[in-house]
Design a protein. Structure first.
Length: 423
């Protein structure tokens, strides 16, 4: 029996394939080389301070030359004059030359001593005036250097102001710096490019959240409708009715989870459109929406101390802060407990405080309650108190408004939640 070999095992006949020709051009991109004498900050500062040092040195030499000439003139003056054989003293440092009892030898010695004293006086006067001139030039050099350094570093102030405006949620701001092509202009252009990319990224995220909101809500709404129609059928068996109720509860939990995730994604961004919002009004609405649930659980709601506290922000998101805090305070409460809500203004901030009774909460567990899907001593699933995103949303919304939230255990059990937002 003849065995035929497979094509993969048979040797390849014919000449080997030719190597493609080597390109005549260089495929690597040419490196951009800047001009040799590019006006960088280093070169400009070197020229500036070198020129300042040269000017200060020239001025100091000129002043010292003038002072030295004056000192030499005063030091070389004769300390006396001869008039008709009489000596008239012209220097205050040589009063001994006018003594008529001096001999010729003593007169010469006194004259030499007088000349030395006069030269020392001139040199000390030169030193004193030189030090004063140096001090004056030092003050002028520091002032001039301060002014020139401010002019050179002025673009940094422009970059810093733009960065602060961007940090304040204005992503449309750009530096658009003109002037010499130096390191500061490169920094400004790089910052503008980064802002362009961040703007495109945030816009893409907003579109994604909007599309995901529609795509995720639609099938859940369809499922809820189908389940409600099935439950409305009077001919449905008890087992089917129980299964429909279970699936409806699961679908409702999924809807709450989707809503919470979408709201968390939106609240992580800085609030761009801000309007005046009164936290007292927001807290009142939250109390009204939670009152039925509080009555069902036997929890007393207290909101007598709601002082006006107006901030600029998103009314929908700030209302979600109050609603989530009040709902958590009602759901995680003790039987016959209470929830107290207060609003006020303190130290340039609007403060919303929600206190409640309930189980004792250890201080070391407070950091975990703001994380998504984290609860105190409960599982992350199979809970009828929520989906575990309420306090995470509160923290994200507070940060988006430039504020913060803190949790403090109450004496006897429960928590005190304090949200502070700048006015």
């Amino acid at each position: 029996m003849a065995v035929s070999s497979s094509p993969s095992s048979s040797p390849v006949s014919g000449p080997p394939p030719k190597t493609p020709p080597k390109p005549t051009w260089d495929p690597r991109p040419a490196e951009a080389t800047g001009p040799w004498l590019r006006p960088t900050i280093r070169i400009r500062l070197t020229v500036l301070y070198g020129g300042m040092f040269l000017i200060a040195g020239v001025l100091l030499l000129l002043i010292i030359y003038l002072l030295a000439a004056q000192a030499m003139h005063s030091g070389d003056e004769a300390p006396f004059r001869l008039y008709s054989g009489k000596v008239q003293i012209t220097s205050n440092t040589c009063p001994g030359l006018s003594d008529p009892s001096l001999t010729t030898s003593n007169f010469n010695d006194a004259l030499d001593q007088c000349m030395r004293a006069q030269r020392e006086h001139a040199l000390s006067d030169l030193l004193r005036r030189s030090l004063l001139a140096l001090l004056g030039l030092t003050v002028v050099a520091f002032a001039f250097g301060y002014v020139m350094a401010g002019r050179v570093l002025a673009p940094l102030g422009r970059i810093m102001r733009t960065a602060r405006a961007v940090a304040g949620s204005d992503l449309s701001r750009r530096i658009e710096m003109d002037g010499p092509d130096d390191e500061l202009k490169e920094l400004a252009d790089t910052f503008d490019d980064m802002l362009d990319r961040l703007g495109r990224s945030f816009e893409s995220q907003r579109r994604f959240v909007s599309n995901a909101s529609h795509e995720l809500r639609t099938p859940l709404a369809i499922n809820r409708t189908l389940l409600e129609v099935q439950l409305a059928d009077p001919n449905a068996s008890p087992d089917l009715q129980q299964l429909g109720k279970t699936l409806l509860a699961t679908n409702l939990r999924s809807e709450q989870l989707v809503e919470g995730l979408l709201l968390l994604a939106r609240s992580d961004n800085e609030v761009v459109e801000r309007k005046p919002v009164d936290l007292a009004e927001v807290a009142t609405q939250a109390l009204d929406q939670t009152r039925a649930e509080a009555v069902a659980k036997g929890v007393e709601l207290r909101g007598e101390n709601l002082q006006p506290a107006v901030v600029r922000g998103s009314g929908v998101l700030l209302e979600r802060i109050a609603l989530n805090l009040v709902q958590n305070a009602v759901r995680y409460n003790a039987p016959d407990g209470w929830v107290e809500v207060n609003t006020a203004t303190e130290d340039g901030q609007a403060v919303l405080t929600v206190a409640n009774t309930g189980p004792v909460v250890p201080a070391y567990e407070l950091d975990n309650i703001f994380e998504p899907f984290r609860r105190l001593r409960t599982e992350r699933t199979h809970s009828d108190k929520g989906v575990g995103l309420g306090l995470s949303i509160v923290r994200s919304v507070a940060r988006a408004h430039g504020g913060s939230i803190t949790a403090t255990p109450r004496d006897g059990g429960g928590l005190v939640m304090r949200v502070a937002i700048p006015l």
